[in-house]
Design a protein around this ligand. Structure first.
Ligand SMILES: [Zn+2]
Length: 87
C-alpha cells in the first residue's frame, strides 16, 4: 500500500504538465542543460500580471524570476516617464 502511494506521487511526463500533476515528482528529466532528478511539479503564478505556470520547480523559478525581471523593467520605464524622460 505504501509503495503504491509513493508511485502515485510520481509523474512519468517530461512535458505538458497539468493541474493533476501538481505535487508529483519527476524522477528524471533530461534537458540540454543537464539531467534533473526528483523534481517536484509546482503551480505558480505572477502577482503582477496573473500569468500562471505548471511545471518542474526549476522552471517555475525561471518563470518567476523572468516575470520579476520584466515587471521591474516595466516599472523602471514608468518611473522614467514620471521623471520627464518620456519622448
Ligand atoms: Zn508577470
Amino acid at each position: 500500500m505504501t509503495q503504491e502511494q509513493a508511485e502515485n506521487d510520481v509523474c512519468e511526463k517530461t512535458e505538458g504538465w497539468t493541474h493533476e500533476d501538481v505535487g508529483k515528482r519527476i524522477v528524471k528529466r533530461e534537458t540540454p542543460n543537464g539531467t534533473y532528478f526528483n523534481e517536484l511539479i509546482v503551480n505558480v503564478f505572477c502577482q503582477m500580471c496573473a500569468a500562471e505556470f505548471i511545471g518542474p520547480s526549476r522552471e517555475a523559478g525561471g518563470f518567476l524570476g523572468g516575470h520579476e525581471c520584466l515587471h521591474a523593467w516595466e516599472f523602471s520605464q514608468v518611473m522614467g516617464r514620471n521623471d520627464g524622460l518620456t519622448e
